[in-house]
Every structure is written in C-alpha cells, then in structure tokens.
Design a protein around this ligand. Structure first.
Ligand SMILES: Nc1ncnc2c1ncn2[C@@H]1O[C@H](COP(=O)(O)OP(=O)(O)OP(=O)(O)O)[C@@H](O)[C@H]1O
Ligand SMILES: [Mg+2]
Length: 405
C-alpha cells in the first residue's frame, strides 16, 4: 500500500465535495469580510455624512471611532472607504487613502515611508533623514491636489510607541496648500481618549463615532448571513446559532467571538466525523477559544508578573490557604534563586491585583496581616495550564525543579 494513502484520505475528506458540514470554510475565517455588513447602516451614514462634503472640496473633519472589540469598527471603516473611492473614481474626483494597523508600525519614519509608498513617491524603507521623507510626502501629496484619508487603526498603539507621529499627522493640514488630509483614528480602548495629550485630542476627535456592542439578535443575523454560504443547510442542529450569538452578546457584543465559535464548533464536528454541529460542539469550541486566550495572556506577561504567578502556583501546591504575605515570601525566594530584582511588597500586591483583573487569580480581602491588609489568593485557571506556560521560561522552569512541583 502507498505509505501516503493515509494522508491522502485525510486531505480527501477535507476536499470532498459532499462534506456534510462545510460548503466553504473561508467564509467563517477571520479574514473574510462579507459584501454587506448588517446592522451598521447608521455607522455608514454617519461616516458618509462627515466624509462626503470633503470630497466636494470642503475641509475634512478628523474622526475618532471607538467601541469594544469585535463591534465592526475595522470592517465598517474599510467598507466605507472602498465605497468612497469607487464613487470618487466614477465622478473623477481626486481621492486616496492609507490604512495603517498601528500595531505594526512604531516610528515616524515608518509611518511616512508608507504614506509615500501609498501615493507612489519613492523612498527607501530606511536610511534617509526623517525630515527628507516628511518633505517628500508633503510635496508629493500637494502636487496631487487630492483628498487623502489616513486611517490609524488601533491608534492607541501608535500613541504609546510614537506620540510624535500622531502629533505631526494632526498638524499636517496646516502645511498643505493644494491637498487636504483627514485622519480616522480607531481604538477599542475606552480610556484612551482621556490619556491623550490635549493638543492631539482636540484635533483627533473633531467628530466621534461610537460603535455599540451587538445584541444577540443582531449577532444572529450576522451569523445567518455567513451560514448560508459557509455551511450545508442541514449541518446545524437547532439552537446552535442562538448559542453562538448569545455567547458573543455576553462577551461585550463581540461579532468576532460569535463567528470564531461557529467556525471552531463546525471544525470540531467535522473532525469527529459528525453529521451535524451540536450545542455540545459549541461548548467545546468555547473552551478551546478561552484556552487560547488564556495562553496568549499568560505568555505575554512580564517576567516579574510571571514570578508572582509562579509564587501563587507553588504556594497553592503546598497549602490550602494562601495570603499576600505567603506569596511575597515565596516570591522572594524565587527572586533569590533566579537572580531577579526583588520588588517591594507593595508592588507585588499591585501585581496580584493585576492578575486578579486579568481573571487569572482571585484576591479576596481577609484581614490586616503582617503586610497591611492581607488577601486570600486563589488561582482561577487550571494549574496544568499555568505550569505548562511558565515552564517555557528557562529561569522559571528551574524554580519548578527546585521546588519539585
Ligand atoms: N455588521 C457586521 N456584519 C458582518 N460581519 C461583521 C459585522 N461586524 C463585524 N463583523 C465581523 O466580525 C469580525 C470583527 O469585526 P472587526 O474586525 O471590524 O471588529 P473591530 O471593532 O475592529 O474589533 P477590534 O477592536 O478588536 O479591532 C470581522 O470578521 C468582521 O467581518
Ligand atoms: Mg479592529
């Protein structure tokens, strides 16, 4: 027998035309954006009202968009700009735009190098002096006599990494003569506006659009729209869509969560060779997704916070009741063992609070102990998971060995 026939049959199963579950799995993937986005007509309109007059030569207002994660901010903004571009082309009006995901840019050089690229002005990706790149963009844009919209998605990230970029961008219009720019800043950080430098804030938020969380009913429509093209008609057991929508609604009305749940549930059903996706698959999918989020959160913690979490882990393995003082003692011995700077009890208490806010531990006030008010600390996530991730840090893995836990 061909030694690969096994693999072949696995591929066949996924490619098979009469797959009982999927017609087109792409449609449930995170990158797929449907032609039409239900329940956001009011947002299209708000944006169109602000941007439309600028196309006719008026001054564009900058727009600040905020709302919790998965409420369609990115998708709607891209959609509106695409439509606007099409309209402008039809009417032969000069219009262009740049789209930044600010998580991937960190210097003013990178920002302006990409801007140059978007209007076909040639600059190398590194090497020039910033002032030259800036000048080239300004002159290049002015020659085009155009309206250029700059979208800064996840703008909070740019503000943290390069406040200056944002400052320069908000000043750019006053340096242009024949062209105009408009900025659309997007964030899911509700506190971001308050932390902004007042000069940037007033410029960035000339207009504001708030994306409210989707209700369960709206999420159901959003799911239904994709289901028709993605899944076989009979592949869903009654109640599956309602459950995915209800869980998304609980998670701050998050469409991404609802769609992810349905996709992962359908994949689990497929892998089991089931004929239908059931509510049980959705529950399992929820665990898979939550587990992945916990892994992400844990992995990205700074080493000091990881050391505190490890102290809680070790403490819990050794005694039932763990308070702030116990955690600090174990934390101190970890620092000594791996030569980590030891933070003050006060700081460690703050880190415990952070872990509590992330939902990784619970800290309940119990009494005034040795270190002031003491708290009872408990891990809220499975111990095996915590250990698996902390062990990936070679310093902390040494601590596990020494403590034989
Ligand atoms: N009204 C809608 N109709 C159909 N799909 C939608 C709708 N709103 C959001 N989605 C889908 O949900 C997912 C999340 O949307 P999007 O990325 O726009 O959220 P976001 O508000 O930008 O979230 P974040 O703050 O995390 O960046 C995407 O896959 C998007 O296509
Ligand atoms: Mg987004």
């Amino acid at each position: 027998m061909d030694e690969h026939s096994n693999i072949d049959s696995i591929f066949d199963k996924y490619l098979d035309e009469d797959n009982p579950i999927f017609i087109n799995r792409e449609i449930l993937s995170p990158n797929y954006v449907p032609e039409y986005l239900p329940h956001r007509e009011d947002k299209f309109e708000e944006m169109a009202k602000i941007l439309g007059p600028a196309l006719r030569g008026g001054s564009p207002s900058n727009i600040f968009i905020y709302g919790t994660t998965g409420t369609g901010k990115t998708a709607v903004t891209k959609y509106v700009l695409k439509k606007l571009k099409k309209k402008a082309d039809e009417r032969e009006i000069e219009f262009s735009f740049s789209f930044f995901n600010c998580q991937h840019i960190d210097t003013k050089y990178r920002v302006f190098a990409q801007l140059c690229d978007d209007i076909a002005v040639d600059v190398p990706f590194t090497g020039l002096h910033f002032d030259i790149v800036y000048q080239k963009f300004k002159e290049g844009l002015d020659e085009l006599k155009t309206l250029h919209i700059i979208v800064l998605d996840e703008v909070d990230s740019l503000y943290r990494k390069s406040t200056e970029s944002l400052y320069i961008l908000t000043r750019l219009n006053s340096e242009l003569v024949q062209s105009k720019i408009g900025i659309i800043g997007i964030t899911n950080d509700v506190n971001f506006k308050e932390t902004l430098d007042p000069r940037i804030r007033s410029s960035l938020s000339e207009e504001e659009i708030v994306f409210s969380p989707y209700t369960a009913e709206q999420l159901k429509d959003i799911l239904n729209q994709r289901v028709e093209k993605a899944l076989n008609k009979d592949a869903l057991e009654f109640g599956v869509l309602n459950l995915c929508a209800a869980i998304g609604a609980q998670q701050h009305g998050d469409a991404r969560r609802s769609i992810d749940l349905l996709r992962v549930a359908a994949e689990l059903a497929e892998r089991e060779g089931a004929e239908k996706v059931t509510e049980l698959h959705v529950r399992k999918a929820q665990q898979v997704i939550e587990r992945n989020t916990v892994v992400e959160v844990l992995s990205s913690l700074p080493i000091q916070t990881k050391a505190v979490l490890q102290a809680i882990f070790i403490g819990e393995s050794k005694s039932e009741e763990l308070n702030t003082g116990d955690v600090y003692d174990i934390y101190s011995s970890i620092c000594k063992l791996i030569r980590l700077d030891r933070l003050t009890p006060r700081r460690v208490s703050d880190l415990i609070n952070e872990l509590d806010m992330l939902g990784l531990v619970t800290a309940r006030v119990i009494s005034k102990g040795r270190y002031g008010r003491s708290k009872r600390i408990n891990l809220t996530i499975p111990k095996a998971q915590v250990k698996e991730i902390l062990e990936k840090d070679f310093r902390l893995s040494k601590v596990f060995e020494e403590n034989s836990v």
